[in-house]
Design a protein around this ligand. Structure first.
Ligand SMILES: *[C@@H]1O[C@H](CO)[C@@H](O)[C@H](O)[C@H]1NC(C)=O
Ligand SMILES: *[C@@H]1O[C@H](CO)[C@@H](O)[C@H](O)[C@H]1NC(C)=O
Ligand SMILES: *[C@@H]1O[C@H](CO)[C@@H](O)[C@H](O)[C@H]1NC(C)=O
Ligand SMILES: *[C@@H]1O[C@H](CO)[C@@H](O)[C@H](O)[C@H]1NC(C)=O
Ligand SMILES: [Cu+2]
Length: 392
């Protein structure tokens, strides 16, 4: 009897592993002594932030009133209930139906497009720069605030947990094509993969590449780009970056790209050799010239429009992807408190053309989306100036 019981539980465990989807209750206890997985690092980050809060004089409120207790909590898309996911989707659709915030970019047909346009216009000054992490952190904040203030969304920005479903993106709740996903794969489009890492890394095609064929946004039109899509056979057609080019949104879910989401790569940037300075961290996250690393991997994993450094915001999953980029930045900051508020890099893409070093007083240009706050206001997610959030 005893024997049978143990065999049964071993089988149950084995089948759980085979399905690759253990229920949350079966999650192993996080190992904060020797962190390996994203869950370990998450627990370590919270532990570190708790310790920092406890070091403050007794009774002193959090900075500007923001504490770990009252901070907004950004969660894994999969951890949201289906009604919560639908609420987020409803708000994104609402943004898509609102008029553009102004008329500077004539191709922008709606508020969703306004975000795309601002990012296209500034691409050379917000990637491979000293403001890459803080600029995108601010964009995520503005997106979250706009969904809440203009579309009645009550939740926080959800993130794409890179470290699950890497070998089968189509099965992930984010990309399974259901009405609680960000849409599924694109229609089949014959092509020879995509080129990442400044032309140095070739990724084989997935099974899509054409218009996204399922999910809540199938009938949406995107209006700008592509400018530098990575997918073979998908070419830019306009003469100016901000020209009007209405079309469907394309995707090619590429497991060969999500395969870069490994515990080894995670450890490298959070505690390993690439964690020792903000320069090392951000350069490794974005990838040294001619290589592919985790930030790029998410873009190439979406493929199609999501793989265009200029206009990847056309894929609505862009925001869950960059929330995860920001989550890694947040964990890195929590684990390296002495250097958490440092920045590194110049004001131009890989310093081309050469430009001065960025400083924490540099304003973050977000066009009409918000006030042009300085970089330093984005360094502390618990600073309440204006950020007050954590990840869970
Ligand atoms: C696909 O592209 C790669 C990289 O450019 C190239 O090496 C390969 O020969 C191409 N394959 C075909 C069938 O064209
Ligand atoms: C997309 O349009 C088709 C045809 O009008 C319609 O049947 C379908 O319900 C629409 N889907 C969504 C998600 O709006
Ligand atoms: C940025 O980091 C690199 C190496 O990590 C270093 O050589 C450079 O001096 C740093 N620049 C600034 C402005 O801190
Ligand atoms: C567009 O980008 C330029 C920098 O190239 C910037 O000066 C300008 O303010 C941006 N326009 C808008 C409306 O964001
Ligand atoms: Cu970007």
């Amino acid at each position: 009897m005893r024997f049978l019981t143990s065999v049964t539980s071993v089988l149950a465990l084995a089948s759980g592993l085979a399905l690759g989807a253990p229920s949350p209750s079966k999650k192993p206890k996080p190992n904060t002594k020797h962190p390996k997985t994203i869950d370990d690092f998450q627990a370590l980050a919270i532990q570190s932030l708790r310790e920092a809060e406890a070091r403050k004089p007794k009774g002193e409120p959090g900075k500007n009133g923001c504490t770990l207790k009252n901070a907004r909590v950004r969660r894994d898309w999969e951890a949201l209930s289906k009604p919560e996911r639908k609420e987020y989707i409803r708000a994104v659709n609402c943004l898509w139906d609102l008029p553009a915030a102004d008329t500077t970019f004539s191709a922008a047909q709606n508020y969703f497009d306004e975000f795309v346009a601002i990012h296209i216009n500034l691409t050379d000054f917000i990637h491979g720069t000293g403001n890459f992490l803080t600029w995108h952190r601010y964009l995520m904040h503005l997106w979250e605030e706009t969904l809440r203030n203009d579309c009645g969304y009550k939740g926080a920005l959800p993130y794409w947990n890179w470290f699950k479903y890497q070998d089968n993106l189509k099965a992930s709740p984010l990309f399974d094509g259901s009405d609680t996903s960000m849409g599924g794969d694109g229609e089949y489009f014959a092509h020879n993969g995509s080129i990442a890492g400044a032309g140095q890394v070739w990724l084989p095609s997935g099974e899509g590449g054409g218009c996204v064929k399922s999910g809540p946004f199938v009938n949406r039109t995107i209006n700008m780009g592509p400018i530098r899509p990575a997918m073979q056979g998908y070419e830019p057609v306009m003469t100016n970056q901000l020209d009007y080019n209405p079309r469907c949104q394309r995707r090619d879910l590429t497991n060969a790209a999500s395969a870069y989401f490994t515990n080894k790569n995670l450890w490298e940037v959070l505690l390993g050799p690439h964690s020792i300075s903000i320069g090392h961290f951000q350069d490794e996250l974005q990838g040294p010239y001619g290589t592919l690393r985790m930030h790029g991997a998410g873009h190439y994993a979406m493929g199609g429009d999501g793989s265009d450094v200029f206009s990847s915001l056309n894929d609505p999953a862009f925001y869950q992807h960059h929330a995860m980029v920001d989550r890694l930045y947040w964990i890195w900051q929590a684990l390296h408190p002495q250097i958490a508020d440092t920045i590194n890099g110049t004001r131009t893409f890989r310093n081309q053309p050469p430009s001065p070093d960025a400083t924490v007083d540099d304003p973050l240009d977000v066009g009409v989306l918000g006030e042009h706050l300085p970089i330093k206001s984005m360094l502390d997610t618990l600073g309440n100036d204006p950020l007050c959030y954590i990840y869970a």
